[in-house]
Design a protein around this ligand. Sequence first.
Ligand code: NAD
Length: 245
Amino acid sequence: MHRAADLLSSSRQNLALTGAGISVESGIPDFRSSGGLWDRYPVHEYATLRAFRDDPKKVWKMLAEMNNVIRPAKPNPAHRGLARLEQVGLLQGIITQNIDNLHQEGGTKRVIEYHGNVQTLTCLACGLQFDAEQVANRIPPQCSCGQFLKPDVIFFGESIPLKALQESYELASTCHVLLVIGTSAQVTPAATIPASAKQAGASIVEINIEPTMLTDSVTDVFLQGKAGDVVPALVSRVEVFLQKG
Ligand code: NAD
């Protein structure tokens, strides 16, 4: 913890990469664990663009269940801790794989979303976009043209938004510290960010309840524990360092 706080407080070019694990304590389970969404709704049948185009009503069964979990969730101390780091000038931004909007709700200004966000939906036929609230009372939601709407999240088989890719690689190649929080680092291309940052000279601080495939390869400091406990403790330590100057 001491070393991680020292690294963070010694530079302003710090970045975070977050995954599903940071939102687990907000009540959103990761989808990959046993009993998770992908157990009941196999990815190839429910989470690909082709699956949505072939049978949107079927895919909306999974999406409705996902929305029911994500909609009531509130930011937890890990989301708020990162927002605090940004506020004190020690975090340039967050690259998140999450689609739950909790970093923004927790107060972070610069959030780069790799996999989109459930807050808006788009019609694949005519391109009209809707706020989730606008269409929340009709599941599956339909566009005024009659087609089913797709949430603006990146399905397997879709490309990562180009702006997010460019911005994240720019930040990752110049950051001094990369905090990697609650990601199994199995979904590419986000999973390649820690290695690219490391190659460009960054120190990698990883926070997870268990070691991942990054831990023994690219991680410099591994802080094992729940993000909701470890992030606020780390931020408090950093603030003490800052006060001491
Ligand atoms: P993942 O499910 O592959 O891995 C989650 C990681 O979080 C694991 O390594 C696990 O050990 C760790 N973890 C679990 N609880 C934790 C806690 N309390 N504190 C710290 N770490 C904890 O997640 P991923 O790598 O983000 O990839 C899954 C994909 O699924 C993402 O791309 C994302 O788009 C999507 N997803 C999003 C959400 C969300 O928006 N909240 C939730 C589930 C899945």
